[in-house]
Design a protein around this ligand. Sequence first.
Ligand code: PYC
Length: 398
Amino acid sequence: MTQRMWREHDLKSRYDVVIIGGGVHGLATAYYLTKMGVKNVAVLEGKYIGFGGSGRNTAIVRSNYRTPEGIAFYDRSVKLYEQLAEDLNFNVMFSQHGHLTLAHNERGVTGLRERANTNQLMGVNSRLISPDEIQELVPEMNVFGECRFPILAALYHPPGGIIRHDAVVWGYARGVDRGGGEVHQQTKVTGIETRNGAVCAVQTTRGRIETNTVVNATAGYAGTICDMVNIKIPVETHPLQACVTEPLKPFLNAVVVSSTLHCYVSQTDRGELVMGAEVDDYSSYSLRSTLHFLEGNATHMLELFPFLANVNVLRQWAGLCDMTPDYSPIMGESPDVKGFLMTVGWGTYGFKAGPASGELMAQRIATGKVPPTLAPFRLERFYENRLVGEKAAASVSH
Ligand code: PYC
């Protein structure tokens, strides 16, 4: 009989680790835990795995960040993504065809030059390139023609690219199952119990589970889960919208991003263009996409690629992004509730971060020690004034 990708189980009354959220962060944490020998692990997902941000992103992977802390973290994630197909024995279709961030004014060029320098100092392959080189890499782009926002330079990051996001989620889920962990879909967490300042149980729609370690690996609902143990996190939830066109002949062999025009685009192996914008400027939990987004995104995209004017958009959607004040995540154990850990607040960077987030959280849990790459992202940084400012590395931000 064919082996199922991941099996269904009755909920046990006790697990060593309970992970809330069946997206890439929760599944990767469980996967690396099982690899480290911690096998009595359950991932709880209220809907189906990949329902949230992991199934709603634009699948861009890169490590050309701004801060040394961010670069080290995302570089580890790119390296794990590079090995992932072999590690999981599952084709995740990682296409490292390069990533271009365009600058349209002098301030933009200065910001990209600073990022290129810091990337190079940290061993990450990124460099500033001229309009001639941009045109060579993307011949179909309107680099020298009539336009409102001239292209002055770009940050070129060859290891960046796109991956098949569903495959990553399914591959990790299968890895968890084969490693001895459990994936529970349709299992909503309704409460978390504490005793003497430490986690002792989780209440779910399928029953109560005893555990001393809970990981909040949710997006969109990170604050709701933290509220269950009276922890306040500085997170605001905003929708991020994206869309996909009908398939076209392959012409775009790089991810192209313009933060001035608030848009980014890549071409999938099937030929579709996946395009997105910045987060909506209002806070909301709506997963519905809007005409306003589509009009704005099309307008900006046509500045770069005027020949797309008659291409049909097939689908549009929204995902939820938990934005922190410094655009960096919150990772590690809560300072106030023992055994309550978080990997949340990923903003618009969540999907590309999944493997490194999972590996570091698993190391934190399995060893009881804080890995150096994780340390800068602790919740305490907001009280200690040690922010890790990554807004300038956002593909698009207000
Ligand atoms: O940071 O690469 C990025 C990104 C793409 C879409 C949203 N964020």
